[in-house]
Design a protein around this ligand. Structure first.
Ligand code: UTP
Length: 275
């Protein structure tokens, strides 16, 4: 039912400099696959076959990745090396890729608003591809799309984090409806441990209803001088229309060096070496 997924991929990736000076963070590979491809595979598996990318200057390799490389196809066609192209060919067969450029990096909320031209007025998924989510059954976005069918409102994926780490995240408070599902009444972006309403942190998977665009247009810059998605979601939450979902699966913060290394080891041990 949800057909589109937005990928904000315009950020500078400063925590990964100098690797990200001329190369997008989202193209960093976890073993042999770029981060953004993991996210796209998750979206397509959830039925969100239109992948809308909010890119920026210096991010052209993302557009190239989701296109045919004619020379490469020609060179290795009919050889034993074709197997290496299997996963990306599969993605290209199933997905449609649309792009818009965010001209100034004014934050995640601003990136989402920039994506309005690609999304229009329908509910949509959002993947922050530096959060890599891996699990055995249906992916996190599939789990959330299922919930959307029940609740018809915005949904944020959450995870319990140690209290001393809440300052890195948006944090929620709300009424627990059933196992792992909360109706959100409060959201705070990057609170300090003392003022955090809980240790339930929002991670990089969302389902958003399209009224978020009008709210974002009216949302002034918040923490770090950036337009924060969490602030706009707080407005939706006041209307009783944001659910938080403690998903099943593992999540790695690949925007940070330790999370990236952890993900690499995990994927190598559990997925790659078992292929
Ligand atoms: P992050 O804050 O994790 O990404 O934003 P960043 O800014 O690239 O990383 P650091 O903190 O400098 O290391 C979450 C997601 O939102 C995108 C980023 O590309 C990332 O996928 N983003 C962020 C945008 O697309 N535009 C922005 O203006 C900000």
């Amino acid at each position: 039912m949800i057909k589109k997924c937005l990928f904000p991929v315009a950020g500078y990736g400063t925590r990964f400099l100098p690797a990200t000076k001329s190369m997008p963070k989202e193209m960093l590979p976890i073993v042999n696959k770029p981060l953004v491809q993991y996210g796209v595979e998750e979206a397509i598996a959830a039925g969100m076959t239109t992948c809308a990318m909010v890119t920026g200057r210096g991010k052209r390799s993302i557009a190239d990745h989701f296109d045919i490389s004619f020379e490469l196809e020609h060179q290795i066609s009919g050889t034993g090396k074709e197997v290496y192209l299997e996963s990306i060919r599969n993605v290209l067969d199933k997905g449609v890729f649309t792009m818009v450029r965010q001209r100034e990096m004014k934050g995640l909320g601003h990136a989402i608003l920039t994506g309005e031209a690609l999304i229009g007025s329908e509910p949509f998924g959002v993947v922050l591809s530096d959060d890599l989510c891996i699990n055995d059954g249906p992916g996190v976005l599939s789990q959330m799309a299922e919930l959307y069918r029940q609740f018809r409102c915005s949904i944020v994926a959450i995870q319990e984090v140690p209290v001393e780490e809440v300052h890195k995240y948006g944090v929620i408070a709300g009424e627990s409806l059933k196992d792992g599902i909360f109706r959100v009444d409060e959201m705070v972006e990057k609170p300090d441990a003392a003022s955090a309403p809980s240790n339930l942190a929002i991670i990089g998977r969302y389902i958003l209803t399209p009224d978020i665009f009008d709210i974002l247009r009216e949302t002034p810059p918040g923490a770090n001088g950036e337009v924060q998605l969490t602030d706009a979601l707080q407005t939706q939450a006041r209307q009783g229309c944001v659910m938080a979902y403690k998903f099943s699966g593992r999540r790695f913060d690949c925007g940070s060096v330790p999370g990236f290394v952890e993900a690499t080891n995990f994927v190598y041990e559990h997925l790659y070496s078992q292929q």
